[in-house]
Ligand binder design. Structure first.
Ligand code: AMP
Ligand code: MG
Length: 339
């Protein structure tokens, strides 16, 4: 299959919408990361997403809508709690899980009785949903397990020959996947940290939001994943990544002792000064949003440079930094060394 990479304009958006109505899969930009979109109401179309990504069938997808009216097509009921979160954060990088409706395809929910929904703010994503008039299931547009794509070129690298079209809407502004919160249980639970923080959710809901344990640690033996995605290897470059937790001074000293063939530093801008090791940076030490925006691109760059071993500076673990830490931790297969 030939993959068309097109600048997002009125014409290409209309062409993408036509493909989506025919049950095809299209790569689209969102403010978080690029998504691989298909009609969420059509099981055969959704299956094509899983095939293109090589994604495990039991990992459910997020449904994207462009106006709240579309929400009721896919969930059993929009609860007052859900509406409060939507009022506060939509359109934007927040995904809300509720009991599912009967029309949404079983493949989207992957056998669960709940469905995850988000209203993106990216103008191209919104235009595509509006043009086809369909709720779109759209996971990140990478091959399953590899770093999420934050540019159209990243999508092309993973999806060339697998899907008919990719819309290029520039680099993603947020750079990490949406915050995922479930309202389907007794209490709200944050399943995946993102740009919208736990504190912001608590403020909007007026009640505590629990943080799922698997956000900052590996699932334990016998523990059931509250979000199936937590089970899988994620965001991993080919290189073996280790997070070094501690001061910059100790980071530098550790690197000086551990340099060698294929060893790279993954540090914050400016910290490379005086390092002997080749490096890639991901944002500024005092600007977690810049780290989120640049992390996945940096992981892909390390692969392109042929890195075999990567020592990463540790981000913070609160607010937006928790999203960065959560992704880097998985990219590092939970290898953290205190220095
Ligand atoms: P992605 O589509 O690649 O951004 O991943 C979506 C994430 O949301 C995965 O970690 C899924 O396991 C999770 N997810 C989607 N739907 C549900 C659901 N109904 N219940 C729990 N987690 C979900
Ligand atoms: Mg993903």
């Amino acid at each position: 299959m030939e993959t068309l990479l097109q600048a997002a304009d009125q014409q290409s958006v209309a062409a993408a919408a036509a493909l989506l109505r025919q049950g095809q899969v299209v790569g689209i930009p969102t403010e978080t990361v690029y998504g691989l979109a298909a009609n969420a109401m059509d099981g055969a179309a959704v299956k094509r997403i899983f095939e293109a990504k090589g994604r495990p069938q039991d990992n459910p997808l997020i449904v994207h809508i462009h106006q709240v009216e579309m929400w009721s097509q896919v969930v059993a009921e929009v609860t007052p709690q859900a509406r409060a979160l939507a009022d506060a954060f939509w359109p934007g990088p927040l995904t809300i899980i509720l009991p599912r409706g009967s029309q949404v395809s079983d493949e989207v929910c992957a056998g669960l009785d709940t469905v995850a929904v988000r209203m993106p703010s990216h103008p191209v994503a919104r235009a595509v949903i509006a043009a086809c008039g369909l709720p779109l299931a759209a996971p990140s547009a990478n091959l399953s397990g590899s770093p999420s794509p934050t540019t159209a070129a990243h999508v092309m690298a993973d999806m060339q020959g697998r899907i008919p079209m990719i819309l290029d809407g520039g680099a993603c502004q947020v750079g990490v996947e949406s915050t995922v919160v479930t309202l389907a249980g007794e209490k709200p639970v944050l399943l995946r940290p993102g740009y919208i923080t736990q504190q912001q959710l608590e403020q909007a809901l007026g009640e505590p939001v629990e943080l799922a344990g698997a956000v900052t640690r590996q699932l334990q033996k016998g523990e059931v994943a509250r979000s199936p995605g937590m089970k899988y290897k994620h965001y991993a470059p080919k290189a073996e990544v280790t997070i070094l937790k501690g001061s910059l001074e100790n980071y530098r000293a550790y690197l000086a002792d551990h340099s060698g063939e294929g060893v790279f530093a993954l540090c914050f801008e400016g910290e490379e000064k005086g390092l002997e090791t080749p490096f890639v940076t991901y944002g500024k030490a005092d600007d977690p949003a810049s780290q989120a925006r640049e992390l996945f691109g940096a992981l892909r760059r390390l692969d392109a440079l042929g890195a075999k071993t990567v020592y990463a500076r540790c981000p913070g673990t609160t607010g937006v930094s928790l999203a960065v830490y959560n992704r880097l931790l998985r990219a590092a297969a939970f290898r953290v060394v205190e220095v």
